[in-house]
Design a protein around this ligand. Structure first.
Ligand SMILES: Nc1ncnc2c1ncn2[C@@H]1O[C@H](COP(=O)(O)O)[C@@H](OP(=O)(O)O)[C@H]1O
Length: 251
């Protein structure tokens, strides 16, 4: 029986995550070699499994393109075998992820994110319910290594607390699970960094957009997608208003 695309994304993200956990446990090498080995092993596992399970679909991975040629707007898998490579190599950290997304007509139609060190796999087939608690002081997840320049001033302006974390997948999952209220990123990223977790966040009913409020568009010829906002719906208007007040060029 052919599993559906949501279940396939979840199964592959889980399997690649298990491989990464094994590699991390066995590792005696330096962090750079462990990161490279993790990226390569998870990439290989995903492209082999997709070639077997969905031979007609091309794959765009952080580590290369494979399968049939991409045709704009048609099905394409967008995967990040290891998001948060740096955190993966730091013992004890659990903010790293595996992303598996399927895009069609330039939007994500099925996806999964695994956070293997937290034992979490979320997917679009069964998105989690959103928490109903109110927001006294918004908690905003930002990159721990490259937070956007404007973010400290923005947090002060709206009375928010910043929560530094690694991995776009881990940060978006934290919003989906209600551990933080928003994630914003500016200054650089690629489609594979956000496609899968944005798919899950959208399926869970969260707001997802570029920082200027425009739609996130996937499967473009150039995979550069430098900024995004994922947040609880009730925060979107205020956050987008505060973001639009930033001086030109600071986004
Ligand atoms: N300015 C930038 N340019 C390119 N990629 C960036 C970036 N800032 C963050 N990223 C990528 O986005 C992912 C999450 O970053 P962060 O942990 O800083 O939030 C990381 O992916 P990888 O770990 O897959 O390389 C990182 O490389």
């Amino acid at each position: 029986m052919r599993v559906d695309d949501h279940e396939l994304a979840a199964a592959l993200a889980r399997r690649a995550g298990e491989r990464l956990v094994e590699l991390r446990a066995e590792s005696t090498s330096d962090p750079e070699r462990l990161g490279d080995a993790g990226d390569a092993a998870a990439h290989q596992l995903l492209i082999e499994a997709l070639a077997q399970q969905r031979p007609a679909d091309p794959v765009l991975s952080e580590h290369g393109v494979s399968g049939p040629e991409r045709v704009a707007g048609e099905r394409v898998w967008i995967v990040d075998p290891l998001d948060g490579t740096r955190e993966f190599t730091e013992p004890g950290r659990s903010d790293w992820a595996v992303h598996v997304a399927l895009a069609e007509r330039h939007e994500v139609i099925a996806s999964a994110v695994a956070l293997p060190a937290q034992g979490v796999v979320l997917h679009t087939g069964e998105p989690p319910e959103q928490p109903t608690h109110g927001i006294a002081r918004p908690r905003i997840a930002v990159s721990r290594s490259r937070p956007p320049e404007f973010v400290a001033a923005l947090a002060e302006e709206i009375g928010a607390e910043l929560v530094p974390m690694g991995s776009a997948g881990a940060k978006i999952t934290a919003v989906v699970l209600g551990e933080v209220d928003a994630y914003l990123h500016g200054g650089g990223q690629y489609e594979w960094d956000s496609a899968a977790p944005v798919g899950v966040a959208g399926a869970a009913g969260l707001h997802t957009s570029r920082l200027d409020g425009s739609e996130l568009v996937y499967d473009r010829p150039d995979p550069w997608l430098p900024d995004l906002l994922v947040c609880r719906r009730e925060l979107a208007v205020d956050l987008l208003a505060a973001l639009s007040d930033r001086p030109e060029g600071s986004r």
